[in-house]
Design a protein around this ligand. Sequence first.
Ligand SMILES: Cc1cc2nc3c(=O)[nH]c(=O)nc-3n(C[C@H](O)[C@H](O)[C@H](O)COP(=O)(O)OP(=O)(O)OC[C@H]3O[C@@H](n4cnc5c(N)ncnc54)[C@H](O)[C@@H]3O)c2cc1C
Length: 402
Amino acid sequence: MDRTSRVAVLGAGVMGAWTALHLARRGHAVTLVDAYGPGNSLASSGGETRVTRSAHGRDEHYPRWQRRALAEWQLLEQHTGIHLFEPTGVIWFARSKTGFEADAADVLERLSIPVERLSPDDVAARHPGVATDDLAWALHEPEAGALMARRGVATVAGEVRRMGGEVRIGLAKAPADTSASLTGLRLADGSSLEADAFVFACGPWLPKLVPSVELSVTRQEVLFFAVPPGDRRFDAGAMPTWIDYGEAYYGMPSIEGRGLKCAPDTPGPLVDPDQQERVVSTSVVETARRFLTRRFPALAAQPLAEGRVCQYETTADEHFIIDRHPAHENAWVVGGGSGHGFKHGPVVGEYVAALVVGDDEARANLAPPDDRLGLRPRNPGHGLRTSAGTPAPPGGAPTSGG
Ligand SMILES: Cc1cc2nc3c(=O)[nH]c(=O)nc-3n(C[C@H](O)[C@H](O)[C@H](O)COP(=O)(O)OP(=O)(O)OC[C@H]3O[C@@H](n4cnc5c(N)ncnc54)[C@H](O)[C@@H]3O)c2cc1C
């Protein structure tokens, strides 16, 4: 593809927006189209915050991508002056000396990514709001933290505009054209969108545009509990972003006064992202409160300050999908974030841009060591972690890996 080629990116979530920005940086005329707008509340990239952490069990590829992506988020923050990363550190509460956290610590040390192994007493001394009686140890990633989610996506889309790209609202229809090279798409308002290449980055909506994509789209609830007035123990700076292995909960300190984030990482019921009601369930709040009693006792009786409902779009093996469209040689399919895709947005976008323009050197530099991202039937139960990294608890449904 030459530098004057036009590229249409469908979907302005974290993956589409970063893809559009990397293509715009390469000099392409980019149109970024989204049904609801960049950083909207229905998208999987909506909401306030996302965990960015390197630990990924024995896997070495995702830690490398995460570090590269985090550097990009931080560069964007410096460049725009918009707060996008809260350097809280990430702590993993571990009940066993072996397993995911121990494997991850070994990998991070091998990759020279800073990591600390803390005793329960260390944790209690550093973070007095945490109950540690059931812990064997904790893994601390001092350079990890929390990304500001919808603000981040909106900032990336703003950069696309600044680079001369077009960002517009529109609902793309599935391609009607069956020819090998796609020349255009229809939008729901009757207009057409012509380009030399297309990227479908529609998150949980992807199967509606590319039916061969298989995703489990599940309801996920995110809760923010008010911290006691004047109590600083749960604020960013005092409390890190946290992941509780055995309990399948993760969360964050109170960032920008929102309260302690506490979210179950088990897959909820299957939903349609256009239709699901986004009112949090009393049962999810009650179960979370029981967890708080065990891990953050001072918050167990605190009121819920805020709740959000989102969805995971999970592949059977929880690896993302980044591949050529099955029917069109000039179209690409990107998604399947599987509850851990946000942090990687900058590198996903960089990688997709390299594929779209045929930059083999950049592609080879970023590609995983295996075919994990291919659009093909996946083996279920790979056991990768989801949003924050916690595994499904005993009995948890395997749809998102929990
Ligand atoms: C509750 C929750 C917690 C999570 N926690 C973490 C975390 O801590 N760390 C982490 O790294 N990841 C996390 N994730 C996962 C991460 O947020 C997602 O993997 C990622 O945001 C998906 O981005 P996306 O761009 O693929 O999809 P989306 O953000 O859903 O974007 C897709 C976009 O496509 C648009 N669209 C859909 N159909 C069309 C169409 N026909 N035409 C035009 N536009 C269309 C939509 O409006 C939407 O904006 C979490 C996800 C959830 C839901």
